[in-house]
Ligand binder design. Structure first.
Ligand code: PLP
Length: 333
């Protein structure tokens, strides 16, 4: 999917014109996969642009940094504030925000030397439905990948790190080459894990099932939102290890993620889901989820974070420079 460019990108405390936000070819993260990132959607709601659980995403990024012992120079709150500024400067009302932190230029070798900077970047741009508009309406055809997800105690699936996506790349690439929209992976124990970039849910005999953290999944923020909304609607949600065969006897199946939002699955390995796509439970959950963004669902937990138009100068902790906003103009200080 081509990137729809916007005007400015935030890097290490400064706003840079889109094409000047570059990095050195010998950056550590490029060679060794030492980066952590997030993906957040901003929705154009009746009350104005709202970042969906923006703070939770920035907190998960801090967790990813802790897992890899990366010295994040900005707090979650500072990242949230910088994102607000970025959305405003780019004049966006709906967007995908992509923060990333990676070891930059300074040393060669697997463990970066102390002086190697952890570069922190936030970009924001417009983005549509990840698994396609038709996928959103009619569901997608998926396959079980021949690739397993990362084994426990190898590369942590619970950290959202750039290097992890070599796994997602293989899973999704294989699925696409075989004519499927997305690939679903099993863990090394043969049980259901997750999609290349989505968590997986099944509906079986009225219960909603999803694999637990121990099944090598990223604990998705959309996953958590869906579990909460499903409980609000009175469904029983069970987190349990799921054997592969459940995929073929489930009534419904759907994928969740910031990119995929809630996308129904129509078939797995060519076997159609019993209750169609979207099935009745998936439809109800989708209505509750998307209803948050058009006002049909009450935002009972403050998940919709207003994008504050801040005019102030912010000096993030540990930043070498400062960022300054001057009446909507992108200014590098
Ligand atoms: C591997 C993987 N699993 C699950 C998810 C869903 O996470 P979230 O709902 O927080 O976007 C993502 C997307 O970020 C992902 O890349």
């Amino acid at each position: 999917m081509p990137i729809k460019e916007s005007s400015v990108i935030w890097k290490n405390g400064e706003f840079l014109p889109w094409h000047q936000a570059t990095t050195h070819v010998l950056s550590h993260g490029l060679h060794y996969g030492t980066g952590i990132f997030e993906g957040i959607r901003v929705y154009d709601t009746p009350g104005g642009p709202r970042g969906f659980r923006l703070t939770d995403h920035m907190e998960r990024m801090q967790d990813s940094a802790r897992i890899y012992q990366m010295p994040m120079p900005y707090s979650a709150e500072e990242m949230v504030r910088a994102s607000h500024e970025l959305i405003r400067l780019n004049g966006l009302t709906s967007a995908y925000i992509r923060p990333i932190a990676y070891f930059g230029y300074g040393s060669i070798g697997v463990v970066p030397e102390e002086e190697t900077p952890l570069d922190v970047v936030i970009a924001a741009f417009e983005w549509g439905a990840y698994l396609g508009d038709d996928g959103q309406q009619e569901g997608v055809d998926v396959c079980v990948s021949s690739w397993n997800r990362v084994a426990p105690n190898t590369i942590p699936a619970g950290a959202k790190a750039t290097g992890n996506y070599l796994s997602g790349y293989l899973i999704s690439r294989e699925a696409k080459s075989r004519g499927f929209r997305e690939g679903i992976a099993l863990g090394v124990d043969g049980r259901l894990s997750e999609g290349a970039g989505e968590n997986v849910f099944l509906v079986h005999r009225g219960k909603i099932l999803t694999p637990p953290a121990s099944s090598s999944v990223l604990l998705g923020i959309t996953r958590d939102s869906v579990v909460t909304l499903a409980s609000d609607l009175g469904y029983e949600v069970v987190e349990q290890p799921i054997p592969r065969e459940m995929l073929y006897v489930a009534d419904e199946m759907f994928l969740t993620g910031t990119a995929a939002e809630i996308t129904a699955v129509r078939s797995v390995d060519g076997v159609a889901l019993r209750a169609g796509a979207p099935g009745p439970v998936t439809r109800r959950l989708s209505e509750a989820f998307f209803g948050l963004f058009d006002g049909r669902t009450e935002d009972r937990r403050g998940w919709l974070e207003p994008i504050e138009p801040a005019e102030s100068k912010i000096a993030p902790t540990g930043a070498t420079g400062t960022m300054e906003i001057r009446n909507g103009a992108a200014v590098t200080v």
